[in-house]
Write a protein that binds this ligand. Structure first.
Ligand code: SF4
Length: 410
């Protein structure tokens, strides 16, 4: 049986149920539907009874199924530049053409029609324009949290600002939800969300083992519930099982990559349409991508049910993507030690400058200040026209050769 097979089976069931419920909410109007950014405020929406849909997840699915590149032109024709987020352009292109991978994957015809769109700019500015497009398309309200950006230390004034915005948003959601926010319900959701995030962290930390029983590619598959079902008991229970199954692999010293001899850290967005390419290349090189900033971004240590608004604000402001260059340097240097990393792979995603960390000298500072090796890979999250397999293979093979020559592990 392949690694994590039982969790894969449970994951499929869980996601089928999630999408079936979303489709039912949209079709039968059993619950109000909110579209939300991946950074949240998912807990608030869950507490107010919304069925919540995540367009970024749809963008990733379009990328993973290699449908995105052919759809981006539709959005370009409506004036959305080929240089902006390819989740956005692929997703809007899919909407304009009436296509969705959700049909084949989960049997639902289309994303559910929103009653409200809710975003948080802590990840990037594109989400505001993305959601505003749908606000105009569907004629529904668009509500936003505008987060201070690129924080080094996250001070109490910033946290209070965002916490107050969240409170105002909960008031604005009342007439749409048709109910007031129940504070006890919010505490309960935040508690469940915190437990879910803690289990997700524990799963990712299994990558510290030598050999690692998991890869970055495993994590991109198993992260779906912590993104789209945060705050639900079903997601929390799923991660309990995943952690149990993965920790058994750690104890049995089961490697994700047979003969693991190199350990990589992936920084930046996944290249969704090329995950298999990278996975096969790494397996051939006996290299394991054991950790990533991307998957660690859904670890929310700050969530605290006793301070729901404040802690949601803090968790959101402290996401890696929203931090200063100095913070990122310290974070990556610590991650390299924690996960026994040989080199960092910086993914320079053409259409996501926000989650690309190789453009302002960070790889050089990590090399000079911490002796950390790295290489930069050029590509994109969804737009396959920005990616060359040959160039990427050459860059990774050269890095692997240098690392092995330097370590005597060849
Ligand atoms: S962070 Fe990057 S990938 Fe995510 S929505 Fe913003 S631009 Fe797109």
């Amino acid at each position: 049986m392949s690694r994590l097979a039982e969790s894969r089976r449970r994951l499929n069931e869980l996601l089928k149920g999630y999408y079936a419920e979303l489709a039912r909410s949209g079709r039968e109007r059993t619950r109000k539907v909110a579209w939300c950014t991946s950074a949240g405020p998912a807990e608030l929406l869950e507490a107010m009874g919304f069925a919540t849909y995540f367009p970024e997840n749809h963008g990733a699915l379009l990328g993973a199924r290699r449908q995105a590149t052919g759809l981006i032109g539709q959005a370009n024709a409506r004036g959305y530049s080929p240089d902006i987020c390819s989740y956005l352009t692929a997703d809007i292109g899919a909407h304009l053409r009436g296509e969705t991978p959700l049909k084949e994957a989960y049997g639902i015809e289309a994303p559910p029609r929103p009653d409200v769109l809710v975003y948080n700019t802590s990840q990037c500015r594109e989400v505001q324009d993305w959601f505003s497009f749908y606000g105009r398309e569907f004629g529904v309200p668009v509500l936003g949290i505008h987060s201070p950006w690129k924080a080094g230390e996250v001070g109490s004034e910033c946290v209070m600002d965002v916490a107050q915005q969240l409170q105002r948003m909960s008031d604005a959601l009342v007439p749409i939800a048709g109910m007031k926010l129940d504070r006890d319900r919010l505490k309960d959701v935040v508690r469940t969300s915190a437990e879910t995030a803690a289990l997700w962290k524990r799963f990712l930390q299994c990558g510290r083992a030598r050999p690692s029983p998991i890869t970055f590619f495993d994590a991109t598959i198993h992260m779906a519930p912590v993104v789209v079902m945060r705050g639900t008991r079903a997601a929390r229970n799923y991660y309990r099982g995943l952690v149990e199954e993965t920790e058994a692999l750690v104890r049995a010293k089961t490697p994700a990559v047979e003969g693991e001899r190199l350990r990589f850290y992936w920084d930046g967005m996944p290249n969704w349409g090329k995950l298999r390419f990278f996975s096969e290349l790494f397996t051939r090189l006996k290299a394991c991508a054991v950790s990533s900033t991307y998957c660690l971004s859904w670890v929310f240590d700050e969530l605290d049910p006793e301070k729901p608004f404040r802690s949601m604000a803090e968790a959101n402001l402290k996401v890696f993507i929203n931090r200063s260059e100095d913070y990122k340097e310290r974070y990556l240097a610590d991650a390299v030690k924690e996960y026994s990393i040989d080199a960092i792979l910086f993914h320079e995603a053409k259409t996501c400058p926000y989650n690309t960390n190789s453009r302002f000298g960070l790889p050089q500072r990590l090399a000079e200040g911490h002796g950390i090796r790295s290489t930069t890979l050029y590509g994109d999250l969804c737009d396959l026209r920005c990616f060359s397999e040959d160039q990427t293979e050459t860059a990774i093979e050269a890095l692997a050769e240098q690392l092995l020559a330097g370590s005597g592990r060849g």
